[in-house]
Every structure is written in C-alpha cells, then in structure tokens.
Design a protein. Structure first.
Lengths: 398, 139
C-alpha cells in the first residue's frame, strides 16, 4: 500500500453553530418540500443573525429513497432562501449523507470557500405499496444477485447480524440490551416516537415477533417522517452565533462493499478505517471520548461499531449495555436521543438525528437529558453498512 | 405473485443465459486459481467463463418472516454461501430444516425453475442433495 498523507487538524476551526430537528412523526398534510422549509425555518429561528452570512447550501436529492427523487432540489431551495451561495451541491450517501455534508462543509470553511454552510434534509418513511417497497429494495441491493432471492432490507442486515453473533459469541439477549438502553433514553426525550410507551426489558424484546432472524421487531428502527438542519461555520462566526459551538475536531470516512453478499465473511469493511482517520485528525483516542451517537438501523449496529471503532470488544460493549453504562446516568452514554430504534427513523433524514443530538450535547443544549459531554463521537453509515462516516466534536477548538 | 426474474443485463447476462441451459458458469481468474462473482468481471480484464464449483458452505443466513414479492410463504431462508475456490453468492436454502441451516454447513447447488424459462441457482444441504437436482419450491 502506498504511503498515504496523514489527516491534519482543520484550519479556521470549523464548528457546528446550530443544530435543529423537527419532531419525528407523521405529517400527512405536508409535502416533503414543506418539511425542508420547516427545518430551515427552525434553524433560522434559532440563529436569525446567521442569515446574511449564509453562503453554502448542501441538500440530498429530495425523496432520494422514493421512486421519483428530485436531483436538483438544492437549486430550488436556494431560490426559496433568496441566496446565491458560493458553494452548493446535492449530496447523497444514504444514512451517511448528513455526516458527509458536515465534512465537506468543514473542508470548505477550512479553505475559505464558505463562511456559513447550511446542511438540511427531510424525509418520510411511509408504509409503502408492495411495488414501491420492491423498487426501494431493488435500489438498495443487487437486482440480479440479491433481490431475486427475496432480499428484504431486514433480511439483508440479518446476514451481517447472524454472522456477527457467530463470530463474537454474543446472543439475542445482547441485541435486546441495546434496544432497552435506547428506550430508556427515548423516555427522556418528549420528541421520541416511543416516549410514551414505557420502559422495556430484555425479555420484552425477546418476546417481540421475529422479522428476520436474529432481528425481532424491537431490534428494528421505527419508520416515521421528519427532518433537520445544521449550520457549519468558522470559529469567528460560530462565536457570534452561540456561546458554545461544537468544534469539528476529527473526521473520517471509508467505503466498503456496496453489496452485502460481497462483504468477505459478512464482516462490514470500513468502520475501523473511518474511525482511525477521525481519531488521527483529532489527536484523540477512544479513551478521550465521553459519549457516542451511533447509527442504529438495527440493534446490533452499536455493538459492532463500539468494537470496530476501538472502544471495547463486542463482549465488553454488550456488558456496557446490560450494566447501564450506556443508559441515562451511565458513564458512557450512547444514543441519548433514543436512537433510531426508540426515537424514530425519518427515512432520508435518519442520518440527521444522531448528528443533531451529538452536536447539541456538546453545545450544552438544555434538553433534560444532558450528559457531561466535552466530546462526542458520531458514526453514521450509508447503504447496508457500506459507507462509513465518523465525526469527533468537542467544546474546545483544535 | 411470481418470484422475481433477473434482468440479465451486462456481464450478468452470460451467467443467466448459461443457467437457462442448466449450465453454472462463472468467470475464472487463472492467476489466482479462483472463480469470481459475475460482477467482479466488470473491471475490464478479459476472463474465461468456465463451469464453476457446485459445492460450498453457508457464510451467513436469516430465517425471514417478512413476505416479499413471490415469497409469500414464510419463513424462508435468505443465505450467503461461499463456493469452494469461488465467490460468495446470495441464495435461498432449498427444503431448509433448522438443523441444516448453520454457519459452516456444507451445501450444494440446485436449480429452481421460474417463469419464462429462467433458472435460478439455489443451494441445498449436502445430505439432502443426493438424487435431487431441481427444487421447485425452496421454502
């Protein structure tokens, strides 16, 4: 392998200066376009003085998961915002979309190409007609080598999950402990879909119906609608906009196998590489990180991510979930908004939720579930654990 | 509903057209003495398509309880199999019984007939494979 350049700290101290999310739920009376407007409005209500500085806009293709994505949506939103930005592009990498937006916004700010980059997304995850659902799965896997075998999305993830349990010696009760921790956080978050549903136990998860072994109903994220926005600025503007920005200290990405069936021995590729790049840029190590927001389409993801990112072995990670270390009051909080499992999975916008929560924890937002977070690690992925994105945020700039 | 049919586009066309003749061919990499997945032959290196190994083992699997297009009868097994000296292929396990569907279990190729003359490669536990060469219904 050739010598590769080492990541270095980012000039101009790019930071998240504001982060907002719409309440996840069902919005039958609103177009997806309106959800975008609502997300931008919510952000500008929080930092109205940012408006004249806006010179960057990143959006995904509107309704990217649906049958008719709008691939020029960023241009339309620019018109509606009344800006002619220095930097704008549409960007899509599934669940990793918004983490990557922050990365490219940070690079632009470091290079002086932009001062304030608005990253926005909204999504719906509706009950689909069988033909729409089939089209979505066709897009998400290989038509001729996976789809023809009845490869529903949970069944594709289950290939990873079955192998992960086999390789680590973990069991279904360990997957359940992740769902239990997520619900405990959701009970503290009034916006979470399962907020009013009461606590659950490992036994409840194991008694829920099987979807695709080893994944049961309560191991799965909950489809809903929503959206959010984050504003990435340089240090000077961030300090004008907020007392405590979330500085972007480390960023990494890595891209593994686009098709589940081609991942050797069903071990996802790229998590460790993505994490190592982010740690190298930040000069931090896992022991410096106090809390993590980990994309959890299914409950085995956080265990696998804690292991591959270097926080713990899978056995230890499972013990963290069982013992309450990751739950409210624990010393290594994970997915403090409730996770996609407890909070809701907003379709195209799902990758926004853990990003907004991680940033707001570092910014010290008064949420009623504040943790002592000098730093945050946020890991998202796109596709079926195919492309990885790690961000490390902190209260002090590099 | 009928089960999905392949589009058989690009290099995957060779694979599926051979299967219609009940031939199981894969691109062969002579340097590595290894068979490739049809999508690996996309990279522009000319490769020879040869009769591929018909045995392998289960790398992972799931009992799927979610009905999908053509898979209304649940549960069915979605599995990933590694061919001996060959690539990983997704498949269903035909005539699956719980005890046979394990990581590492030996499996062998079988053919499933679908509408319009398409033949879909599937796998069956080696102990059940003797004498059977067509699985009409894999669930």
């Amino acid at each position: 392998m050739p010598d590769r350049p080492r990541p270095t700290p980012l000039p101009n101290a790019p930071a998240i200066a504001a982060a907002v999310e719409l309440r996840p739920g069902r919005y039958p009376g609103k177009s997806t376009q309106q959800l975008y407007r609502d997300a931008v409005t919510a952000l500008l209500e929080e930092v109205p003085q940012a408006r004249p500085h806006l010179d960057g806009l990143l959006t995904p293709p509107r309704e990217m998961g649906g049958p008719h994505p709008d691939t020029f949506f960023h241009e339309k939103l620019m018109e509606e915002l009344g800006i002619t930005p220095r930097l704008s592009v549409m960007l899509n990498a599934g669940g990793a979309t918004y983490g990557y937006m922050v990365q490219y916004a940070a690079l632009a700010i470091s290079a002086g190409m932009a001062e304030a980059v608005l990253c926005v997304g909204a999504g719906r995850f509706e009950k689909m007609s069988p033909s729409t659902a089939a089209q979505m799965v066709r897009n998400a896997c290989h038509e001729d080598f996976e789809f023809v075998y009845g490869a529903a999305i949970p069944a594709l993830y289950a290939q990873y999950a079955t192998r992960y349990l086999h390789d680590t010696g973990l069991g279904e009760a360990d997957l359940a402990a992740v769902s239990v921790s997520a619900r405990a956080w959701a009970l503290r978050n009034p916006a979470a879909i399962t907020h009013g549903k009461g606590p659950i136990t490992v036994e409840d998860v194991l008694a829920s119906r099987m979807i695709a072994s080893p994944l049961r109903y309560l191991n799965c994220s909950i489809p809903c609608d929503g959206g959010g926005a984050v504003l990435v600025t340089n240090r000077r503007l961030a300090r004008e906009l907020t007392d405590q920005p979330a500085y972007i200290l480390g960023m990494g990405q890595h891209h593994g196998h686009g098709y589940v069936s081609q991942s050797p021995n069903l071990a996802p590729v790229g998590i460790a590489e993505s994490g190592q790049a982010a740690f190298a840029m930040s000069g931090l190590s896992p022991s410096d990180i106090q809390h993590a927001q980990l994309y959890d389409a299914f409950s085995f993801n956080p265990l696998m991510l804690l292991d591959k990112l270097g926080f713990a072995t899978s056995k230890e990670a499972a013990e963290w979930f069982h013992s309450g270390r990751t739950s409210p009051g624990g010393d290594f909080p994970v997915n403090t908004y409730g996770g996609l499992i407890g909070y809701g999975h907003t379709g195209d916008a799902s990758g926004m939720s853990m990003l907004v929560e991680g940033a707001r924890q570092v910014m010290g937002a008064d949420s009623g579930r504040q943790v002592a977070a000098e730093t945050a690690l946020i890991h998202t992925y796109g596709g079926m654990l195919a492309e990885h994105c790690t961000l490390i945020l902190g209260r002090e700039s590099a | 509903m009928t089960r999905p049919q392949p589009r058989a586009e690009g290099p995957s066309g060779l694979y599926w057209q051979a299967l219609r003749r009940r031939e199981f061919l894969l691109p062969y990499d002579a340097h590595k003495d290894r068979f490739l997945h049809p999508i690996e032959s996309l990279v522009g290196t000319p490769v020879e398509w040869l009769p591929a190994p018909r045995q392998g083992h289960i790398v992972s699997f799931s009992w799927v309880h979610l009905p999908t297009e053509g898979y209304e009868e649940v549960p069915y097994v979605l599995a990933t199999v590694a061919l001996d000296k060959g690539p990983q292929l997704m498949c269903n396990i035909a005539n699956a019984e719980v005890g046979d569907v394990q990581i590492g279990a030996r499996v062998e190729l079988t053919f499933e007939e679908r509408a319009d003359g398409w033949i879909v490669p599937q796998f069956i536990a080696t102990r059940l494979a003797m004498g059977s060469n067509t699985a009409k219904n894999t669930t």
